[in-house]
Every structure is written in C-alpha cells, then in structure tokens.
Ligand binder design. Structure first.
Ligand code: 4AD
Ligand code: MG
Length: 465
C-alpha cells in the first residue's frame, strides 16, 4: 500500500519484491559506514524494526550525508534488495535521498542510546522516538482498539460521559475544580463565600473522577454500555501506580448481578491479553528482552488460569494467619493495601484474585448492600505486580436502601436527584466496573512506573508538556 507517496517500513521489511523501487520516509536512528558506503537505520514508527538504507558515498556526496544524523528526517527512494548483512532480511539501496529536517548532533537529546526512563520522562516530547516508547505507544493503541472491539462484538454501546461534571458525589477521590472566575478577585456571597452562581456553569464544577454515575443512566435504557475516557483525581499520591489524569474503561450492565459482573471482567481481561499476545508480538518480545524477562510468560499465565474468587472476610483470614509481618493492619474493616493484595496474588494463590463483599464503610455509597448489613457487593480484581486493576460492584437498585446509605454518609441528596430518578422510574438490578487503562498497560508492558505507559503523564507538580 502506498500512502502519500510512501511505503511504510513495516511493509517494506516483509516484502520480497526484490528489484522493485520503494519510497520510504522516516527518522534516522543511526548512520554508520565507511568512506564509500553509508548504512542508515530508518524508522517510521510502523514497527519496532528499522530498515537499513545503503547509500553510496560518492553518489550522494559527503555534504548531503553529513546532514543525515541520528534524529534527522529523510525521504529515501531506492531498490529493495535481499540483505547479506546480519540482523535484517532486506535493505534499500538508495537512488534518491531528500532531507526534510536535520537534528544537530551536539543538541539532539537522543543522540546516544541507553537513556534511563527517568531521563526520558523529562523529554516526553521526544521519547516516542525511542524503541521503548514506540513499543509502548503501539501496544497502547492496540489495547484501546481491542477494548472497543470486544464491547462492540458483545453489543455494548459506547457512551460518552462528561469530562466536566457538576456532580461531586461519587467520592472516588479529590477533584480538580473547573472555573472561569477571577481567582484573585472572586465574587463573594453575603456569607463571605465564593459565589459560584456567578461562575461559568452557575454552580461548582469539577473534572470527573469516574463516568460511572452517568454510565448507569445509559445502562438503564440501553442495557449494556461502556465509557472509555480520561478521569481526574487530585490526590497527592506520588506512587508508581497513580496518575492525576488516567483513562478508565467502565462497562455498566442492566440485569447483571455480581457473579455476571465477575465473569465479564475475567473474560474481558483475558480477551485483551490474548489480543496483545497475538497482535503485538515484536513489541512484547522487545520489552521482554529489555525490561522484564518474565513478561510474556506472566501474561500467558494469567490467560490460562481461572481467577480465584474470595470474599473480603476470607482474604482477611488468609492474611491474618499467614504469619507475615505486614506494614499495615489486617483486621476486619481495614482496607486492603497493595502489600496485602500482592501477597494474595503473587504468593498465596499465584493467579489473579477477585475479592468481593467488602465492608460497606470502605466502599462507595452506590454499592448493593448485603443482608448482613455490614458488607456490600463490591468486587476488586487484583493482578500480579499491579494489585488492584479493576474496581466495581453490583449497584444498589432499591431506592430506600440507596437513600438511607446516602444519608448515613452525609452526601447531599439534592445533588443526586437525577441519579435517584433511575431508581424511582423503572429501576433494575445492574452492575459495572472500572478498569484502569494505565494499570493494564503496566501489566502488559512490564513497565514498573505508570508515568512510562501514558504519553504525557500528569502527576503532582508535573504538567510540563
Ligand atoms: O476503584 P475505582 O476508584 O472505581 C471507580 O472509579 C468506579 N466508579 C468504577 C466503576 O465501578 N465504574 O477506580 C477503578 C480503577 C482502579 O481499579 C484502578 O485500576 C484505576 O481505576 N485507578 C487509577 N489508575 C491510575 N491512577 C489513579 N490515580 C487511579 N485510581 C484508580
Ligand atoms: Mg478501587
């Protein structure tokens, strides 16, 4: 396929049309060679592999070749040949080279190989040009595509929940305020509070922490829906697993109970992992070699194993009788910390674990209450190396119970009138969950810091690019 007058490197590399002329465009990874011949490794992001361009020095002249340094952008027209050299099957023998953009070797930050991931974070605008981030971005794309594919095949509808929200009741985390008020001189009420009725939306507004509440409105009309969008949390948690802006996939299904919800989560995750194993092999092999020698094995292991399903109470029993000295307490009622989650997954069960029936005191207001009056029908899916990857629940569909929980927690009922209307008119049992896209990316790429699996990470004190 020729697009915009060029063939992609990926296609040229798998071609056996020897003798045929191709035009390739891309960025130079390296140039080496002798007085007579230059070897240029050219990459256009279509694959992790670069194609070798062979250029006759006397034909093109020193002057032109000098401009072709690491990071420069060129167009090459040449003939495809079987390669005699090691490491590639084909090469392009150049007839014509055009330089689109040079990259001064004394200034180009990626002049040398082997930069640390920390350094690359400081040049997030250029890191897509490295093998590592090329792989990560291609996998990220494939994963997003597979998510839509999965739900589309199952008849779920993609619904676009708002990014800006006037509802602050979800309780999933601290919110970022959205305002057009003049912060140095805001309008004040008689009680000397900021007067948000003067603000853009006529009320307080924030960036959403989750699309769930709106997705529920969709599910109670279209049966099975999902959202997939950015969500925002202003917690000051500077950990390798938290972002202030992250993407979440939130399916929401009418007529699903908690078991159906667990089944869907397991099937969905396995589908995505199989998709990546099948479609991103070269990138996975690269990451496996460079960063995590057990990556492909770990992904395959999760695909093969039935996820363990236990209740929170069972989890607490296992942790308390493990003989382990955990940093955080393991008494009934305490939230599970990542050390607990990883013990259960990596050491005790040696497979993903879905935990249900958490104490209501540590979970959100909308979760379906169990008859014991102590626990709710929550479910968290825990993964090796990651800990919590999915959080979800069956939802409380009975108006009186929902309202009593809202009141118990001191949440404003008035702000949720539209949500409560779904329980008032044609309520139905329903369930859903949220999958953290970057947590899944961590698992699939073997990276250990969440800042390395999103193009432009947003974390405390960091929004440069
Ligand atoms: O467990 P959470 O807070 O659940 C919800 O927001 C529900 N409304 C989801 C639902 O039922 N529709 O978040 C869901 C997932 C977590 O399991 C985790 O994978 C991810 O989102 N997550 C984060 N990922 C990156 N950075 C953060 N700060 C995250 N907080 C949660
Ligand atoms: Mg959670």
């Amino acid at each position: 396929m020729i697009i915009k007058g060029r063939t992609k490197v990926k296609e040229a590399l798998s071609s056996s049309d020897y003798g045929k002329e191709f035009t390739l465009k891309g960025w130079v990874r390296t140039r080496r060679g002798s007085r007579n011949v230059a070897f240029i490794a050219l990459n256009d992001g279509s694959t992790i592999n670069s194609i070798q361009v062979v250029a006759d020095v006397p034909v093109f002249g020193e002057e032109l070749l000098k401009k072709i340094t690491t990071g420069s952008c060129i167009s090459v027209t040449g003939v495809l040949k079987e390669s005699m050299g090691k490491g590639q099957n084909v090469e392009i023998v150049a007839n014509k080279i055009e330089v689109y953009g040079t990259a001064d070797p004394s200034a180009y930050p990626l002049q040398k190989k082997g930069h640390t991931l920390e350094f690359l974070r400081e040049i997030a605008h250029l890191r897509p040009r490295t093998n590592t981030f090329g792989s990560i971005l291609r996998i990220r794309h494939a994963l997003a595509f597979a998510i839509h594919n999965y739900f589309n095949d199952k008849g779920f509808y993609y619904i676009h929940t708002p990014v800006i929200t006037g509802a602050d009741a979800e309780g999933a985390g601290e919110m970022f305020r959205v305002t057009t008020l003049d912060l140095s001189n805001p309008p004040m009420t008689n009680e000397n509070k900021v007067d948000f009725s003067e603000d853009f939306f006529g009320k307080e507004a924030n960036l959403t922490v989750s699309g769930q509440l709106e997705a529920e409105l969709g599910a109670l009309a279209l049966s099975e829906v999902y959202t997939f969008g950015p969500t925002f949390r202003a917690e000051n948690s500077n950990t390798p697993r938290h972002l202030a802006e992250f993407w979440m996939i939130e399916p929401e299904m009418a007529f699903y109970d908690i078991d159906d919800n667990m089944d869907l989560a397991e099937e969905f995750l396995k589908y995505l992992l199989v998709y990546i194993l099948e479609h991103c092999r070269e990138d996975l092999e690269f990451l496996n070699k460079m960063y995590d020698k057990e990556l492909i094995e770990r992904i395959s292991h999760v695909v093969e194993k039935k996820f363990e399903r236990i209740t929170y109470t069972e989890a607490i029993d296992i942790l308390s009788s493990s003989g382990r000295n955990f940093e955080f307490p393991t008494n009934w009622g305490a939230d599970l910390q990542s050390e607990h989650e990883r013990f259960l997954v990596e050491e005790h069960f040696k497979r993903p674990v879905t935990i249900t029936d958490y104490p209501k005191t540590i979970k959100a207001f909308y979760m379906k209450q169990n008859d014991d009056n102590k626990t709710v029908r929550a479910m968290d899916v825990l993964f090796p190396k990651i800990g919590e990857i999915i959080g979800g629940s069956q939802r409380e569909e009975i108006m009186e119970r929902l309202v009593s929980r809202i009141e118990e927690l001191g949440i404003s009922k008035d702000d949720l009138w539209w949500y409560l209307d779904t329980r008032r008119f044609g309520t139905a049992p329903h369930s859903g969950f949220g999958l953290g896209f970057e947590r899944l990316m961590l698992f699939v790429t073997g990276m250990s810091n969440i800042r390395d699996v999103i193009p432009f990470p947003r974390t405390p004190k960091n929004a440069e690019f």
